[in-house]
Structure formats: structure tokens, C-alpha cells
Design a protein around this ligand. Structure first.
Ligand SMILES: [Fe+2]
Ligand SMILES: [Fe+2]
Length: 294
């Protein structure tokens, strides 16, 4: 996988991906709102007027703003309150999360499983960020939620080929990356990385999505951005351990693995007990949060 990633010229890879798949654009209202929030002199009334142009987006943003993970003492009833009560950083994360949910072309069994997995990884990445007092909690949630967005795009545009790659991975014991390379010639991290670039989200988020299976390349990211890559990698492993949103259940009961032996767990200095506590905590958070995210 690593060799394949290093070998392929990024431009050639983008051409190959776009020949086969349509990279969805970010909903235009979300894009304008994110741009407005990046403005240091952001005008909250202007921002809420932009968001209010898309009623579907607004309804979802308010639902997420009132979900257990973000809920404050008082209910958020409108966008103005959302900006004031949860704050602009969190609101930006919520808008991106909602935009990400809107790219699903259909929402059947496979898509539901993919979404559940994403939400589990998002709450796990957020929990790691809280536990380790990392500076980018909202971004951790978004990184978790979007880490496998490439799979959504592959499934949107090439459903049979994507199903074939999932089956191939299960039957041959391959990683999803290996199986996707065999079927598509590229993998979900290539597609996800391209989508994040097109959506002009932060390079830190793009790196976390692109490298979540590839810690060997973490030394290539800018200083200070490593945390998000490791948090996304570890969160993914926690969600797999909990078997939330598994696309094809393994034939045999998987061997219990000690997550503390993962490189990303050592990076955060999390031992066996700390990891076991985190897994329990993530399960509870997921149960509380997932309904609000659909
Ligand atoms: Fe992945
Ligand atoms: Fe994943």
C-alpha cells in the first residue's frame, strides 16, 4: 500500500480517480458559511443569514448542536444561539459534519453501516482529544467522521466495484486499502484526501484522512499536526474493536487484541487499562450520540 501511494503521481492519481468517480462538491451554503467563519472579523448575523438559506442544513445543524456531545445547559433554538452558545469553532465542525452527511446518495444498509462506523470513529477521536487535552477537539471529531469519506464516494459512484472490494478483503484477509487497490487502482484514502482538498478544509484534516492507515508517513506532516493523524488512527481501531458499522462481519470471532500495543496508543501513552476504559467510554458516547447524527 505504502509503495503504491509513493509510486503514484498525485496528478495522475486525481485524473484516474475522477475518470471513475464523481467527487461531490461541498454544499454551497456550507462552503460560504465556513469561509465566513474563517474571517477574523466574522459577522455572526451575516453568518446565520447565510446558513439560514439552506433549511435542510440548518435543521441538521441545530439537531447536532443539541446532541449530547455538544449540548449545553440551555437548548439551542436557532442559529444565532448556536453561534453564541457552542462557539464558532464547534459550529464550524458541526457544519462540516452535516455537509459530510449530505453526500450520501442513498442510505440503505451498507451506507447506514458506513455512517455508524464514522460516528463511532468521530466520538472516539473526540474522546482521545479530551483525554489527552489536545487542542483541536472539534477537528478531531470531524477527522473521525470523515476519515473513510473516500469509501462513501466509491460506494456512491461504483457500488458494485466497492462491494467487490469489501468482499475481496473479507475473503482474502486483505486490508481495505489492498483490496481497493486491486479493484480500483486507488484506495479510499486517495479519494478522501482529494475530496478534503477540493472542499478546502484544513490541511491538517486532509492529512489525518489521507494517513489514517499509514503511520509510516506521519513524519511528513507539519509539526503539531501529528496528533490528529494518531488520534484518527487509534479511533478507527477502537471502532473496529467495538464492531460498530462493520461492513462484512468476520467469518470467525476475532481474536481479542490489546489496543495498548498499537503504535498510536503508545504515542498517546495509553496503557491496557487506559485503553479498556476508553473503549467503554466510546461505546457509551456512541450510544448517546449516534441518533442525533443520522
Ligand atoms: Fe479507512
Ligand atoms: Fe475506518
Amino acid at each position: 500500500m505504502l509503495a503504491a501511494q509513493q509510486r503514484q503521481d498525485p496528478n495522475q492519481l486525481s485524473i484516474l480517480i475522477e475518470k471513475n468517480l464523481e467527487i461531490p462538491t461541498i454544499p454551497v451554503v456550507a462552503q460560504r458559511a465556513i469561509k465566513e467563519m474563517a474571517n477574523p472579523d466574522v459577522n455572526v448575523s451575516h453568518l446565520t443569514r447565510i446558513l439560514a438559506e439552506d433549511q435542510g442544513l440548518t435543521a441538521r445543524v441545530l439537531k447536532v448542536a443539541n446532541s449530547p456531545l455538544y449540548a449545553q445547559a440551555r437548548e439551542v433554538k436557532n442559529l444565532q444561539q448556536a453561534a453564541m452558545i457552542v462557539g464558532l469553532n464547534t459550529l464550524r465542525g458541526i457544519v462540516v459534519s452535516v455537509a459530510n452527511r449530505m453526500i450520501y446518495k442513498r442510505f440503505g444498509k451498507v451506507e447506514h453501516a458506513m455512517w455508524e462506523h464514522s460516528v463511532a470513529v468521530a466520538v472516539a477521536a473526540h474522546a482521545i482529544a479530551v483525554k489527552k487535552k489536545l487542542p483541536h477537539r472539534d477537528e478531531s471529531f470531524v477527522a473521525g467522521l470523515m476519515h473513510d469519506v473516500g469509501k462513501v464516494v466509491m460506494n456512491n459512484g461504483a457500488r458494485d466495484a466497492f462491494a467487490q472490494s469489501v468482499q475481496l478483503a473479507a475473503e482474502e484477509g486483505l486490508t481495505s486499502i489492498e483490496a481497493e487497490h486491486q479493484v480500483f487502482g486507488f484506495s479510499h484514502v486517495d479519494v478522501g484526501g482529494l475530496l478534503l482538498e477540493r472542499w478546502a478544509l484544513s490541511p491538517r484534516l486532509g492529512q489525518a484522512v489521507f494517513l489514517h492507515h499509514d503511520l509510516e508517513l506521519v513524519s511528513t506532516v507539519a509539526e503539531g499536526n501529528e496528533d490528529l493523524v494518531y488520534a484518527t488512527n487509534l479511533a478507527d481501531k477502537i471502532a473496529h474493536t467495538l464492531q460498530i458499522g462493520t461492513l462484512v462481519p468476520p467469518k470467525d470471532e476475532p481474536e481479542p487484541i490489546d489496543l495498548a500495543e498499537e503504535e498510536s496508543a503508545s504515542y498517546f501513552d495509553l496503557d491496557t487499562t487506559a485503553m479498556a476504559d476508553l473503549v467503554v467510554q466510546v461505546k457509551e458516547l456512541y450510544e448517546a450520540q449516534h441518533q442525533a447524527m443520522v
